[in-house]
Design a protein around this ligand. Sequence first.
Ligand code: IPE
Ligand code: IPE
Ligand code: MG
Length: 256
Amino acid sequence: MFNNNKKHPEATISLDPNRIPEHIAIIMDGNGRWAKKRHLPRIAGHRQGMETVKTVTKAASKLGVKVLTLYAFSTENWKRPKDEVNFLMGLPVKFFNNFVPELIENNVKVSVMGIVDELPQPTQKAVYDAIAQTSDCTGMILNFALNYGSRLDIRMAVRQIANEVKENAISVSDINDDLISRHLMTGFLNQYADPDLLIRTSGEERISNFLLWQIAYSELVFTKTLWPDFDGETLKEMIRDYQKRDRRFGGLNQEE
Ligand code: IPE
Ligand code: IPE
Ligand code: MG
C-alpha cells in the first residue's frame, strides 16, 4: 500500500489501547524557531502553536487520555519582550472564545494551575469562564500551566504545610509524600497528579521548572519537532515510544 503521509512516513501508528498514559504533560516549545524558519515574527509561531493545542487536545481525548497538562507560560516567561508577553496573555482569550463549544462537545473539562491573579484581567476572565463553562464535563481534563513554575509550586506547598503545623492542624510526622502531593498545584488531580509521560518538543532536553516533584517516575520523551508542527500522529509516536519503555519504579518486573 502507498503511504502518502510525507510528514509521518511510518503511516498510521498502532497503539496498545490498554497502555495509554493516563496523564500526559507537554512542554510546548519551539514556537519562536518555527516562525524564524519562515521569516515571520515570533508571535506567528505562538498563533500556530495555539492551533496545535486544539488538534492535540482532540487527539488526546480521543485516545482516552485522562489528563493533558500543557505548559503554556512559565513564571520565567515574564522576562520576554513586553509585546510578546502581551500577545501570549491574549492567546487564552482567543483560544477559549472559539474553542469552548468544541471542548464541551468532546466532554473536556478545563483547569488551570499557576498564579492566575497575576494575569491581565481579560485573561483571568477567559480562564475562569472556560472553567465554569466546562465544569460539568466528565471526560479528559485539559489542564493549563499558566504562570506556573515548579519551584513556586513547591514553595507554596511548603508554606501551606508549615502553616498547618503552626496552627496544630497537622503534626510534623504527618508530612509524607502523599500529603506533599496533595498540597501541590496538581493535588486536585488525585490519582492522576503525576504524569506518566512527559513530552518536550523542539529538541531541548531540559525541564525548565516544570513539575519537578511530580515527574519523579515519569517517562520522558523528547522530540525535535517544533510545537506548531506537532499533531495527533506525533502524539501517537510519542505514546508508542512510551509503550516500549519498561516502567520499574525501582522494582523488578514479574518475569525477572
Ligand atoms: C514555546 O515556544 C512557547 C512559550 C514558551 C510560551 P518558544 O517561544 O519558547 O519558542 P522558541 O523556544 O523560542 O523556539
Ligand atoms: C518552557 O519553555 C516554558 C513553556 C513551554 C511555557 P521556554 O522556552 O521558556 O524554556 P527555556 O527558556 O528554553 O528553558
Ligand atoms: Mg522556548
